[in-house]
Write a protein that binds this ligand. Sequence first.
Ligand code: GRF
Length: 187
Amino acid sequence: MVKKNTCVFISGQGSNLKNLISCSRDNTFPIKISLVISNKKNAYGIKYAKKYNIPYILINTKIKNYENKILFNLKKYKISFICLAGYMKIISSILINNYKGKIINIHPSLLPKYKGLNTFSRMLKDKEKNAGCTVHYVNEKLDSGSNIIQKKFIINDNDNETILRNKTQRLEYRAFPEAIIKIFRNT
Ligand code: GRF
């Protein structure tokens, strides 16, 4: 099987990156993590790129046309698939048009509910019954592309933001790889 050269975009902890790196060591997993892009130079997740000798690039998003730099590097590393894993910037049409249907994101809510930030505090405030995560395709609108996989759990009375985050992340570590397998199953 020829694995798809994949770039993972991060901004922070990188625990999903770590999980995808670990999955991709399996010969049957459809992607290889060939590049990591971070818009934060101190992102903790960069340490996983270093540890596993994966090339990584730091992007200064204050610079005009920074996405051209991203695109240049994606081409340089022959990237054909992109996973956004806690990347806290909106992807613009430059990348979306060059990677149509090839960019996916993981979000900590049951989309279309709770797009954007602070998902857990908003769920608690609304007394939601269910929480979960969604892996979806990325389009130009925030957290709005079609869903690939969702996983949910029932919110307990004593769940606070931290507990919800932990429970959601545990589901994310299953949802992201499953979504990737689903996408490439028939290719
Ligand atoms: C995840 O919870 C994801 O749903 C959200 O950002 C978080 C990233 O966590 N988009 P990590 O950096 O992978 O640990």
